[in-house]
Design a protein around this ligand. Sequence first.
Ligand SMILES: Nc1ncnc2c1ncn2[C@@H]1O[C@H](COP(=O)(O)OP(=O)(O)OP(=O)(O)O)[C@@H](O)[C@H]1O
Ligand SMILES: [Mg+2]
Length: 182
Amino acid sequence: MSTIEPELREELQRIAADPALFCKGFFDLKPTQYQTAFLRDTSKRIVLRWNRQSGKSTFLAVRALYQAICHRKTLTIIIGPSLRQSMITRDKIEDLINMIPPDVRRKIFRRILRTVIVTWHDSRIVALPNSEHLLRGYTADLIVCDESAFFDNDHTRQRDISGDRETQGIRFQPGVSGFIVI
Ligand SMILES: Nc1ncnc2c1ncn2[C@@H]1O[C@H](COP(=O)(O)OP(=O)(O)OP(=O)(O)O)[C@@H](O)[C@H]1O
Ligand SMILES: [Mg+2]
């Protein structure tokens, strides 16, 4: 089997129209106003500059899962300053997955491994460190950068690309979407 059952697929198509609806439908999580605005923001590149402990990593995780669950054959890459750091975000993804009833979870996910999560409709979420050698070779649909202020090299980061002196800019290939937490 390399697809999601037709009945569930129809439900996913309905819910895919609104990531906030997706969040409420799948997870035991009530987004605040600013979290809802982020979920519904259709901009190609988004930089989150929220307070400490305001849900940045959690809602990056929600959007990574929205991408993987509601869009078939997509690749989402999670990048942190180190593998350990990107695993923290990846673990938030697994916490969310564990909120999905087991029977539904089994119909969506083919494999949930340490650094790779794969759905039955061939979407993947891969957690990687910000390393020139380890990031090479992927063609991503979505890139999620958490804690980018602590990236210590320029493989994905470049100052001032956004025109904002205080913002760390991230370079993306054309066509790739991205969310950045600084
Ligand atoms: N809408 C929400 N409902 C319930 N809990 C929430 C909500 N938003 C965030 N939280 C909880 O708040 C805590 C902090 O979330 P998270 O780690 O995502 O924040 P953060 O902004 O990434 O923090 P940091 O600044 O330390 O990186 C977590 O326990 C998370 O589950
Ligand atoms: Mg965080």
